[in-house]
Write a protein of this length. Structure first.
Length: 359
């Protein structure tokens, strides 16, 4: 059961831990989006080569690294009217403050590391939501990949590009299984992380073709390959709530699948509500809810960091000294102006008194 369980758990979105394990063992995953046609979403250009991968039965796919830069974070250009939970808390403000107030390589009094990780979680959730809405994993490829600055190193697993792909590919797979996407890239990308023993049991093109027709078709294919596991495949390719036997992940995956297939927002599972609505509507508008949550968190984290740093968040020691000197200079100038104003007022009063005495 173990090797077959791995295969279907990946399908249901719970197999990402297995995929991550095999990625770590091999250093890189297989294909990220190994299909001849990748639709480019307006706003973020895809990295060179993202539309020219070739998949064969033996799985000789090419790994495409994220093309983004941690020093110049780029996000999907999606129209939003949300100004932020505080002054400076809009999506663009948060993007521009990356590397100064927060980020892996923000060195000068940034928000705490745990808060940066939370920000990246929000960020990859947002980009993943937009990517799922437009059925385009290429948006994740616009995020940064591995990087190292000094002693700070970001490996593949912890990179923004990979975090986004891990979250997004199961969603695109749901689109594909629900018949809402013609791109088999999500299926090939998922299968690329599986053990050779599992791959040897299936024909990847036939398997991906089968699941493109839905849960029932996927279940039938796997039962044909291994009839002895028929009972397990009924649960792992659920066509009803009863088939899940109370398993929470199974029920969530089934609800998401049905909502996308039937194009009914009312069927979206609570834990996937935002991204489910985006997938059903094929619009990034619902993804703005993630930006709102991100902004509220960001505003609170920055406020705390400013108090802790005396207001010098994102500044190097030299910049802090310069800012303090600037502040002191402004205070001295204000004091000189106050004294001059007092002198002039005093002189004016004296002149007035002299005039009154003369009269």
């Amino acid at each position: 059961m173990k090797k077959w369980g791995i295969l279907i758990l990946v399908l249901l979105g719970a197999g990402l831990l297995y995929m991550q394990y095999f990625m770590k063992k091999s250093g890189k995953p297989g294909a990220i989006q190994p299909t001849p046609a990748v639709q480019e979403q307006a706003g973020v250009p895809l990295p060179e080569g993202a539309t020219s991968q070739v998949v064969t039965e033996t799985f000789s796919a090419t790994y495409i690294p994220g093309a983004g830069d941690y020093n110049d974070l780029q996000l999907p250009r999606v129209q939003t009217n949300y100004a932020g939970a505080c002054d400076g808390g809009s999506l663009e403000d948060m993007r521009l403050s990356h590397g100064r107030y927060w980020g892996y390589f923000a060195m000068n009094n940034p928000i705490p590391a745990d808060d940066t990780k939370k920000m990246y979680d929000y960020l990859t959730n947002y980009v993943g939501c937009v990517a799922a809405a437009h059925d385009n994993i290429g948006l994740c490829l616009a995020l940064p990949d591995e990087a190292q600055v000094g002693d700070t190193k970001i490996d593949f697993v912890g990179s923004l590009s990979n975090m986004c792909r891990e979250k997004t590919n199961p969603l695109l797979l749901t689109n594909y299984m629900a018949g809402k996407s013609k791109s088999s890239g999500s299926c090939y990308s998922m299968v690329s992380g599986l053990p050779k023993k599992v791959l040897a049991k299936i024909s990847v093109p036939e398997f991906c073709d089968a699941i493109s027709k839905g849960m029932e078709s996927g279940k039938a294919y796997m039962m044909k390959i291994n009839p002895k596991k028929a009972g397990n495949f009924r649960k792992l390719f659920p066509v009803s709530k009863a088939a899940c036997e109370g398993d929470a992940d199974c029920l969530t995956s089934l609800a998401l699948y049905n909502a996308v297939k039937d194009e009914k927002v009312s069927e979206c599972p609570a834990s996937k509500k935002t991204v489910c609505e985006a997938m059903v509507a094929k619009s990034a508008v619902p993804c703005e809810d993630i930006v709102k949550d991100m902004s509220r968190f960001y505003c609170g984290a920055v406020s705390k960091a400013k108090k802790k740093s005396g207001g010098f968040i994102g500044m190097s020691p030299e910049q802090v000294k310069a800012e303090i000197a600037k502040t002191e200079a402004i205070k001295k100038q204000a004091e000189l102006q106050r004294k001059e104003s007092d002198r002039q007022t005093q002189q004016l009063n004296q002149n007035i008194r002299k005039v009154l005495k003369t009269e």
